[in-house]
Ligand binder design. Structure first.
Ligand SMILES: [Zn+2]
Length: 354
């Protein structure tokens, strides 16, 4: 395989499945193949999976890039053996939605294991009994750290409601912390996810079963809505964590906990019904084949001055004459940009850094 998808584009599932000699390890509720592979000859087993939520695709690209780097001998595995599932929830992936074919969120099914897909994942993990797991997700654009977009968030989950840092959890935190040091990357924009205990989430459940794991949530940065920076960083985290020591270090603990509330585009000071308001616009994405469909909706309006945003546009020359409806596709004339039913019919929203 040569990894061809460096731009993080959505890969139709049949193309993903035929891109590599995967093994079929089971079928989803709608009978799509769930595929995996094993790379490396070492004795230390590592499990990596992505695509638990079908509209979170960066982890899949992290996995494809890792496989590519290993095959081209750009990196060596030495003592390790990687067990990989690129998409654990193919029915959601083909629809580009969060939930599986039965409408269940797999990441809320890790106590009762009623879905075929979560039962498959836990069976696979129990059979392998890995030294460490990587659970790859994408985070929404709402997350920021100290007002800066959270381009990646990490979590070593709690194993119970007390959030106690058990010796096992401490070792994983140390290993991840030492990896972060060795990556030698600017850590601003890297957050820590809340360690509130979610008993039905996969990472928390696994920790409660003494199966150590790290959650990597890939996010956007300003000027990088396609999450390429997060993909590169995710690859680095995995490769560096493999060989990192468990020597005591606080680097992970010192990452700021990420916060919610970041907006995508904000038009400021818009004249609207005799008021001056800020209007926040966000994207809703859908996929069909290779094609990305973007629908823009009104995220919020009013005084949004307290909320961080990816992009800001001075709207003081804009006069809106139609009512705006939050969470609905936007129809509005912003002068240089005109939306009709959520589609841009004139102009362009900037996606580059400012
Ligand atoms: Zn997710």
């Amino acid at each position: 395989m040569r990894y061809k998808y460096h731009n993080n584009q959505y890969l139709p599932y049949n193309e993903l499945v035929s891109s590599y000699n995967w093994n079929i390890i089971g079928y989803s509720s709608e009978e799509r193949p769930i595929v995996s592979t094993v790379i490396g000859e070492g004795t230390r087993d590592i499990c990596i999976w992505a695509g638990m939520h079908g509209n979170e695709i960066t982890g899949i690209h992290i996995i494809l890039q890792l496989i590519d780097m290993l095959q081209s001998k750009y990196i060596e595995l030495e003592d390790f053996k990687l067990h990989i599932i690129p998409v654990i929830n193919p029915d959601a992936y083909v629809r580009y939605t969060r939930r599986n074919g039965m409408g269940i969120d797999l990441n809320r099914d890790f106590k009762s294991f009623q879905t075929i897909e979560s039962a498959k994942l836990i069976g696979w993990l129990r059979m392998i009994n890995p030294e460490l797991c990587f659970n790859l997700h994408d985070q929404r654009t709402i997350f920021h750290v100290n007002g800066e977009s959270a381009f990646t968030s990490l979590l070593v989950p709690s194993s119970d409601i007390s959030r106690e840092i058990t010796p096992l959890r401490r070792r994983v935190m140390n290993r991840l912390g030492n990896a972060l040091i060795s990556i030698n990357h600017d850590l601003s924009g890297v957050g820590r996810y809340t360690d509130e205990f979610y008993p039905t989430a996969v990472g928390d459940y696994l920790m409660s079963q003494n199966i150590p794991n790290i959650l990597i949530e890939s996010g956007v940065a300003r000027g990088d809505l396609d999450r390429k920076a997060a993909r590169e960083f995710g690859v680095q985290i995995i490769t560096h964590t493999l060989t990192a020591s468990e020597e005591s270090v606080n680097t992970y603990d010192e990452l700021p906990v990420n916060e919610q509330g970041q907006l995508e585009w904000v038009f400021t000071n818009v004249l609207y019904a005799h008021m001056r308001v800020d209007v926040a616009v966000k994207r809703i994405l859908a996929m069909n084949g290779h094609n990305k469909a973007v629908i823009y909706t009104v995220d919020d309006l009013g005084d949004l001055s307290a909320r961080p945003r990816l992009y800001e546009i001075d709207g003081s020359n804009i006069v809106l004459t139609e009512a705006l409806n939050v969470d609905r596709p936007i129809t509005a004339d912003f002068g240089t940009i005109v939306f009709e039913d959520g589609i841009i019919v004139s102009g362009q929203l900037k996606e580059k850094a400012h």
